[in-house]
Design a protein around this ligand. Sequence first.
Ligand code: ADP
Ligand code: TRP
Length: 322
Amino acid sequence: MRILSGIQPSGTLHIGNYFGMMKPAIELQARGECFYFIADYHSMTSLSDAASRRANSLNVALDFLACGLDPKTSVFYRQSDLPEVCELTWIIGTLTPMGLLERAHSYKDKTAKGISPNFGLFAYPVLMAADILLYDANLVPVGKDQKQHVEMTRDIAIKFNQTYGETFVIPESEIREETAAVPGLDGQKMSKSYGNTVEIFGDEKAVRKKIMSIVMDSRTPAEPKPDADKNLAIQLLKLVAPPAVAAEYEQRLRAGGLGYGDLKKALFEHYWNCFAPYRAKRAELAANMDYVEGVLRDGAARARNIGSGVLARARQACGLGR
Ligand code: ADP
Ligand code: TRP
């Protein structure tokens, strides 16, 4: 089974990215052959600063490797090191109905927020489909917000196969219900674009300050809170603390007697400890950027081994070239 996923270098990675996508992706390394990549072409739809893109890409590489991506078993690469994906985007784009793209939630959300759309933003799902189809991927671990994009990939692949003959593998998404949408500090979905994130590798003081300033209601500490499971700090604690510890805090909050300040303090401590081992690994890797560059170079070569064959198959199927 081939497993594939990507992450955009459009900012600093947060615990929503980690629990929604990176952790499942890392655990899936035991179940199949994994292809993971830094979606730098995709980041061009929202970021137009070259230096930031370059720096973010290396930071994503460091974050992913520090959290447990194993470059010996997994193929880890930078999307733009394989421009073949752009050719495939064109090929499958000619079979992608406008209506399909017009229905994309992510496109509608972004334009509704006032982002003025460009061709790249509109074509975003086609590039994502090409990412997946180029490597014959079977399974795509993502957060819930990407589910529709994987469904579009399936539609496009099926249409291509019907039009030109069996060419592409039809992929499936894998979404973990419990971490499908990690809430941010304001209760909305945690996202780089909402300014409500807890970074995976944030600065200690800054993250403590952010967590301590989560807004709670005005009930007194003594009051029992029957809705304790809906409390944002409890929800985040369930991700970063051992289950028994999180359950105990939830119970104490429900019963009354636990103050929000103490709860937030506990949340910070568990967040900090949860990522402590990865923080040390990250520092080690950051001191050895030649190694990190080497991993990506090697990953691109291994990705090309598969991708060039699939692209040739697609070109052949639709009558391009000889
Ligand atoms: P962002 O919304 O912060 O820009 P991306 O779109 O780059 O995040 O998402 C990268 C990966 O992380 C995707 O698989 C996405 O589904 C997942 N992801 C992002 N935010 C969350 C979240 N709050 N909860 C769960 N998964 C998330
Ligand atoms: N669109 C994804 C996101 O924003 C990133 C991505 C690009 C991706 N290409 C992909 C994810 C292919 C899975 C498979 O999170």
